[in-house]
Design a protein around this ligand. Structure first.
Ligand SMILES: O=C(CO)COP(=O)(O)O
Length: 159
């Protein structure tokens, strides 16, 4: 019987210049903009990516250079999740709205699941985002433990 959890861990080093995702639901966009304006100088030292509307607002209102993916309800959360699975994202700042059900709730849940699985630092509100942005690790290489995908696949091949 296959063990449904990865049995072995590997490591990945998050680079000093982090790839940071910025995402907010509509009810939280103002809060994210306020937060990002406080951290603007720090944020622009890293590589930023956002879901479509969030990225557009950060560009328009703060002049931040943010790569825009699809809007969340149109697949942006899934694109961001794919970046995590491909080890191409280092920090997730996601102000999700605890008061508003989203049409794409399964996608939101999937993104948060992948972030938990791949040990990516996640902030879901301004206070936790402050902690991440003020961490010494932000501007340093930082090695994280991740599931060993090769062992997982080879174990499953043999069952
Ligand atoms: O819906 C979102 C995240 O789940 C965010 O998408 P937008 O940035 O396009 O509004």
């Amino acid at each position: 019987m296959h063990n449904a959890r990865p049995t072995r861990q590997a490591t990945r080093t998050l680079p000093a210049r982090k790839r940071i995702a910025l995402i907010a639901h509509d009810g939280k966009k103002r809060e994210l903009l306020e937060w990002a304006s406080r951290w603007q100088e720090t944020l622009q030292q890293h590589q930023l990516v956002g879901t479509g509307t969030t990225a557009g607002k950060l560009q328009t209102h703060l002049g931040l250079n943010v790569e825009g993916l699809m809007s969340g309800p149109l697949g942006g959360d899934q694109q961001m999740g794919a970046r995590i699975a491909e080890q191409a994202l280092d920090v997730l700042i996601f102000f999700w709205d605890p008061f508003a059900p989203q049409p794409h709730d399964p996608d939101v849940k999937a993104l948060l699941r992948l972030a938990a699985l791949w040990n990516v630092p996640v902030a879901c509100n301004a206070a936790s985002a402050d902690f991440i942005l003020s961490s010494d690790y932000l501007a340093q290489d930082y090695t994280i433990s991740i599931p060993d995908a090769n062992t997982w696949a080879s174990d499953r091949r043999e069952t």
